[in-house]
Design a protein. Structure first.
Length: 222
């Protein structure tokens, strides 16, 4: 006979709170079962298991978060949003499983490109990145010989293209669509070797390691 009960019911009974309040405690990462944090309100617990509520537990709703990821070439960005890929090189908040569910990728990046990818649960960030053509900065390594007047032709876009060195172009553009850079480079005799996005709006990738992500801080704005 199964004598387990839902964790939310156990917390509600022991804390003498409502089931919804119990769920908020659990989803907020404040409830441990035998010393292990459990974030699923529907988890089953046995009578002999110890359920503990953290001293700093709060009933505040979980605030939507925005995530900045350094995507490697060919990687599926959403698959990299895990606890063990949260960078240790930048300050951030306490990780919750809820932070990586319901995330929407904004300003998509070419699959063959690497660099900064933005995910958000925040409707305000979603609206800003959807409604505004924010400038993106992309470093493009190329091969081939550019045609005469090719750089001027590349600059017939909503932004600016300039040489960083003999093999690298810096693109600072707005309203960029997937595949545009490869298409325009091909038209002027160049082949794209690599692409790396290093900035979206005012947010740069900075020193974020490849394959890792961090939270957008409250003071950071696109």
């Amino acid at each position: 006979m199964d004598n387990t009960i839902r964790l939310s019911k156990r917390v509600a009974d022991e804390r003498q709170c409502s089931r919804r309040e119990a769920e908020l405690y659990i989803e907020g990462g404040f409830v441990s079962v035998d010393g292990v944090v459990v974030e699923e309100a529907g988890a089953r617990v046995a009578p002999e298991q110890q359920v503990t509520l953290a001293d700093d537990a709060t009933l505040l709703e979980i605030t939507p978060v925005t995530i900045l990821l350094h995507k490697p070439v060919g990687a599926q960005p959403l698959h990299l949003l895990k606890a063990d890929t949260l960078t240790r090189s930048a300050p951030g908040q306490r990780f919750l499983k809820r932070h990586v569910t319901g995330q929407q990728e904004m300003v998509p990046l070419d699959a063959k490109a690497s660099g900064l990818v933005v995910f958000t649960q925040d409707y305000r960030v979603n609206r800003k990145l959807s409604d505004e053509a924010l400038e993106q900065e992309i470093i493009v390594e190329v091969s081939g010989e550019i045609i005469e007047g090719g750089l001027q032709q590349l600059n017939q876009i909503n932004g600016k293209v300039s040489w960083q060195n003999e093999m690298r172009l810096r693109w600072a553009v707005k309203g960029l669509k997937i595949g545009t850079i490869e298409k325009l480079c091909k038209e002027v005799g160049l082949k794209v070797v690599t692409m790396k996005r290093i900035r979206v709006g005012r947010i740069s990738m900075a020193s974020l390691p490849s394959g890792e992500w961090r939270y957008l801080q409250n003071y950071e704005k696109f």
